[in-house]
Design a protein around this ligand. Structure first.
Ligand SMILES: [Zn+2]
Length: 363
């Protein structure tokens, strides 16, 4: 459990109050699980570009007014000057005003690719300058236990020029690889469902401090699923399932629910690949449990067999699919479960984990 202690040290280190460290840590963890290979191994590196995109996704809904329309935008830093959340908020507002509805990051990227690229460029530069080089500094000393960079924020600081040249896709001496230390990817994947809520809690605490608000009111807003937005995909997905519950096959009545196949607590992502429709009873009974292998087979079957329909739906609704991310997360979650785990196999039914069947389905 040394890793929990180390993460806590990172988060409580320094006088600067901002949620950048929290965002980078969760981005790292999420990238580790989402990029799990077919054999279950965690990645050995990520790029500053991937981190920047992930950080934008994490902040995206947090830049909406707290408590609805007239509410304030939550403060995520006590420092003056422009911040990552404020850039995100500006872009989000602009594209949503143009289109006239709320958009996910993936849809915003489609709606205004140029502004999106500029935003990712800016966030990437800020991550390079600020949290990435400083994150592992505790009490003035660098302890690169998480990752190694080929630059720092001192003598080997990357020049603006080299980063911009790299961002234009030209030859540059800037190296965007964040090399995870041996075993770190595996460790972050294994502890993902424990560490993510832990860092979220610390993140909430920091926002409460920066915004001078009560912690208890903030957590759901910052990290809850956006149920309302999911309404748009309910009917199309139900049609894809011939109007039947994904789990029990019963007719879907008026109370059909959009269900995150991999629970939101493990995969906080609304891509179509991870969404199915279930009746209220199955949905309520499944809650945050991982579905058994028979459902995983069915789920993968849907992605393969109905890929063209899912892709068409994704284009029509301008809704991301996120198939690779869902698949990687499923591997990370299932392959690391204890051998005596029982999985949800339908209403009040449980099945022993069948790793062989799962490996086949998730290959
Ligand atoms: Zn059902």
């Amino acid at each position: 459990m040394a890793i929990v202690e180390r993460v806590l040290q990172i988060l409580r280190e320094g006088s600067a109050a901002s949620t950048y460290k929290h965002a980078v840590l969760i981005a790292l963890m999420d990238l580790c699980v989402e990029r799990t290979a077919a054999d279950g191994s965690a990645p050995q590196s990520v790029t500053t570009r991937q981190l920047a995109t992930k950080v934008i996704e994490l902040y995206w809904d947090q830049t909406r007014p707290f408590g609805g329309g007239g509410g304030a935008i939550l403060q995520q830093t006590t420092q003056r000057g422009s911040s990552i959340p404020s850039w995100i908020q500006k872009l989000r507002q602009k594209v949503e005003d143009d289109v006239g509805c709320t958009l996910s990051p993936a849809r915003a990227r489609l709606a205004d690719a140029t502004s999106w690229t500029t935003l990712v460029d800016n966030v990437e530069v800020r991550l390079i300058e600020m949290p990435l080089a400083k994150l592992q500094r505790v009490a003035g000393e660098d302890h690169p236990w998480l990752y190694a960079l080929s630059w720092d924020d001192g003598a080997h600081k990357p020049t603006h020029d080299s980063v911009q040249t790299y961002q234009r896709g030209e030859d540059s001496d800037f190296d965007n690889v964040v090399r995870l230390q041996p075993g770190v990817g595996e460790c972050l994947s294994r502890l993902h469902s424990l560490m993510r809520p832990f860092v979220q809690q610390e993140w909430t605490r920091m926002v409460a401090k920066c915004s001078k608000m009560e912690e208890s009111k903030l957590h759901g807003f910052l990290f809850g699923a956006n149920r309302k937005a999911l309404e748009a995909v309910r009917q199309p997905l139900a049609d894809l399932q011939q109007g039947r519950c994904f789990y029990c096959g019963g007719r879907l009545g008026m109370n059909a629910h959009v269900d995150h196949f991999l629970p939101w607590a493990r995969f906080a992502e609304d891509g179509l690949a991870n969404l199915v429709v279930a009746d209220a009873r199955c949905n309520g009974n499944k809650r945050d449990h991982l579905p058994a292998h028979s459902f995983v087979e069915k789920w993968r079957q849907r992605t393969r067999g109905q890929r063209s329909e899912l892709v068409r739906l994704s284009g029509q609704l301008q809704w991301q699919l996120a198939e690779d991310e869902a698949l990687g997360t499923a591997r990370a979650a299932y392959y690391r479960l204890p051998a005596d785990t029982r999985l949800w196999a339908g209403r009040d039914e449980w099945l022993a984990i069948d790793l062989e069947a799962l490996r086949k389905a998730l290959a």
